[in-house]
Design a protein around this ligand. Sequence first.
Ligand code: PMP
Length: 693
Amino acid sequence: MRINATPAAFADAAFFVSGTGTDVGKSVATAALLRALRQAGLAAQAVKPVQTGVEDAARQGDAALYAQAVADLPAAALAPAATLHSFRLPASPHLAAAREGRCLSVAGLRRDILAHWQAETAPLSGEGAACALLLEGAGGVCVPLNEREDTLDLMAALAVPVLLVARNGLGALNAARLTLDAVRDRGLVMAGFVLVQPPETDNEGERLVLADNERTLRNWLDDLGAPLAVLPWVELDAGGWDRLAQAVRPVAQALLALLRTPAVGPDALIRRDTKVLWHPYTSTVAPLPVFVAERSRRNRLVLRGGKELIDGMSSWWAAIHGYNHPRLLAALRAQAGRMPHVMFGGLTHAPAVELAERLLEMLPRGLARVFPADSGSVSVEVAMKMALQYQQGTGQRQRTRFLTPRGGYHGDTTGAMSVCDPVNGMHGLFARFLPQQLFMERPACRFDQPFDPASLDDARRMLAAHGHEVAAVILEPVVQGAGGMWFYHPDYLRGLARLCREAGALLIFDEIATGFGRTGRLFAAEWADVTPDILCCGKALTGGVLTLAATVCTDEVAGGICRDGQAFMHGPTFMGNPLACAVALASLRLLEEENWRERVIALEDALRRGLAPCRALPGVADVRVLGGIGVVETVDPVPVARLQAFFVDQGVWIRPFARLIYLMPPYVTPEADVERLCAAVCEAVRQGLHLPA
Ligand code: PMP
């Protein structure tokens, strides 16, 4: 096996040993495995990343046991044991470290473990020795490493297969089940389970329990495809270690099999992707490059191979709380356990009711009715159908068109496409199929300049000419997103609302991108203190975990639609999906508790400072920041693939498009990470990577 001291090679050669609790025989099991792997010809080493309860640092706790287990075997290319951090207090690592004025972190431990692997294996490269590390955690899987992180977090960050150890006896099954579930819920690979037997007993009841535990555990593990090894209680002499190594062999063999089948590398996966998948707005003939995302945590994405990126996109406005937020995942799991989905026709459920109530409390006053939708685009279709049915219901059948500013974006379904910018949207491709809507000038007055009433002239002109046939005016309030990241003056919305009222047209706000704090207000409508007749929200609604959107309207609109026994004619299969509603509810609660306003203000300050240097650089047309959105507008369209490769190389995830390099990081992004995102953008522009190739 080739030795290559990269995180990827590490992930193919390391295993994490944890237990169902403290004192379950984990160190003996690890030592037995070490012996079995060495007997199979592997240069294996047992590593304690954190050892507690070591009075004398020279004795190194479990390291002595590991060395003893292989003392009679020929020396291998690696030392048998290593301890990376040791503490005196026999307690959980967080406490033992704190006692000595230290603080452990997952990132730090991961760094130390990878550095250890590198230092140990680098001298061996070229010798062809096959190496493996057994990383033994302290205590069970939920043992804290600091106030926020535990052993599960470390196992997830290392992304290596997991071995569990339990002591057989009363209560073993319960502890085993809970631990197996915790490991599964982190998406970790279960490599095997070691059951350590207590001393032999004549008590028949006890023997029954032990045998039944083993049988039950074996059944569970069969379902998971993981092997079970049962270690007898033996004297720890040379003969004893041999018996243990023999007994642990089923698990050792599974480890050896994993070692021989390294994980599919990113390149192989991308080749398969290119054959069978289609990515957004791409050609299958000349696809844009993709990267393999494997894991996520807070504001970081981890690519296959171990490269960690600071996320600057919030997965297209959605992941405002960062990734894998425990509260959102807990809501998801709890609802999955109760009822993942049920049809919404004729049935309702608490997650939908509570979400609708919560949303109405947060939205501009006057909105009263929530129609859950599957995605942003669908919520726009629903809004347009609501407007059409309202006009029909109130006897205005001739009102069948929509008026919208140029530069807008509302989604990729048919109705939504018809109100996207006619030049940048897909009107050219689908011209004969799309309904022909009415377009007016983009709101010209910048957000940060005094309001110019003339910016409403075109809206006034269009409504004067076409007002009688307009069902509704639809637009993104304050920030036009995908159509150009344009920030315009809120007074435009106040004036437009007045013009709509005079013309008898409804007003629809598409807050799919702007909603939930991104612009510095909970909803962008608040900048203008305007309540639209219909409002669409989505994206950040579930904190980026699941797809869900909502179309919300006033009682007046609902009443108009439902006049004379009419019903609103829409009802998708997955409408009001309970999983999505439960996560959305958790996300809205988090938003309020976690002080989004301060975080977005801090984000705005950091973006403003960080992107300012771009202003003076060649090929830059404008730099603007609003709330948690930072934009560098270029003179010419940017070479997306070249810029993206540069950004990944710099350790940041930023996906530019058209003439825009933009940032909208999760609200939880630390200031230092915003600085790194901005620095990467500035450096790209300084190097001229945004200029046409
Ligand atoms: N409206 C706006 C303002 C958007 O930004 C988007 C998504 N970019 C949509 C609608 C469409 O939402 P979805 O992609 O969820 O269909």
